[in-house]
Design a protein around this ligand. Structure first.
Ligand code: FAD
Length: 251
């Protein structure tokens, strides 16, 4: 989607083929995925959704329903698979990555995993691989501390951003379908907060340029304090997030 935005800026025709029924479905909340998709359509990007690729010819991509999408250049952006053969050969438990506990320790107690290859145990029992440089760095630090005797759990809130056209998206925490959502309108965009049994666990925002960065940073600190903010205050742009943070700290 980022590449599509850059190419449209150079007036190059772009078609996006996506196997799922909507783009950005894995990590971007539906509200913002839809807004970004609409922007791409407005910019002239053609979407082919819910379609697998049957073949790539020299001048077209052929979809599963035989539709031919003309293409001079094809970019495949379908994610990565972790390289876990070495861990497997060492008898370490693997799944979608090298499975670790919350302390980044693998099933072999003196071997740790960090970064993209590490599938880290989450509250609730799932293992998740966090694929971003900030996680790779903080997991490396925590694994190193635990190797020399600390007992630090990896509890850093995941965070990522994406810039498309003049829009900036940021997501902190892991929004999930079961969360209560609260929308906060902003002058140049929108934020959405995610509450789990009242507790703030994630936030996302889409705005012009870097406009939502400060609010996402404050939301991240709020998430770290473990607060259960009043949803009406979260939704109200006249209530400064700094005030909510101050109230949380006093409480
Ligand atoms: C195209 C692309 C764009 C990205 N954009 C962003 C972004 O905008 N923001 C962001 O936060 N993240 C981004 N990422 C993700 C980010 O690059 C990764 O999260 C980060 O590099 C993970 O660091 P790592 O050290 O875990 O793994 P890597 O950087 O993959 O390093 C692993 C290293 O281990 C080596 N290796 C593997 N097996 C063995 C072995 N058996 N023995 C010795 N060496 C081995 C590999 O060769 C590799 O050099 C992007 C990734 C890609 C591919």
């Amino acid at each position: 989607m980022e590449l599509a935005a850059v190419l449209r800026g150079k007036d190059i025709a772009v078609s996006i083929v996506e196997a799922a029924t909507r783009p950005l479905g894995r990590a971007v909340p539906a509200r913002f995925a839809e807004a970004l998709c609409t922007r791409h359509v407005d910019e002239g990007v053609r979407f082919f959704l819910g379609q697998g690729v049957a073949a790539i010819n020299h001048d077209a991509v052929v979809l599963a329903d035989d539709t031919e999408v003309p293409a001079d250049m094809v970019v495949s952006a379908i994610g990565v698979m972790p390289e876990i053969e070495l861990a497997k050969a060492a008898g370490i438990t693997t799944g979608n990555g090298i499975l670790t506990d919350a302390f980044l320790r693998t099933s072999v107690s003196n071997i740790f995993a960090a970064g993209d290859c590490a599938a880290v145990l989450q509250p609730g029992g799932r293992h998740i691989r966090f694929e971003s440089w900030r996680n790779a760095r903080s997991q490396a630090e925590i694994a190193a501390q635990n190797m020399v005797g600390a007992e630090n759990a990896f509890a850093t809130s995941p965070w990522f951003w994406s810039d498309q056209y003049d829009l900036g998206l940021q997501v902190t925490g892991s929004p999930e379908a079961g969360h209560q959502t609260v929308v906060r309108p902003l002058a140049d965009g929108e934020m959405e907060f995610y509450l789990d049994s009242g507790r703030l666990v994630a936030a996302a925002g889409l705005g012009i340029g870097n406009g939502i960065a400060k609010d996402i940073k404050l939301a991240e600190i709020l998430i770290g304090t473990g607060v259960s903010p009043n949803p009406l205050e979260l939704a109200d742009p006249s209530v400064n997030l700094k005030t909510l943070l101050r109230n949380a700290r006093v409480a």
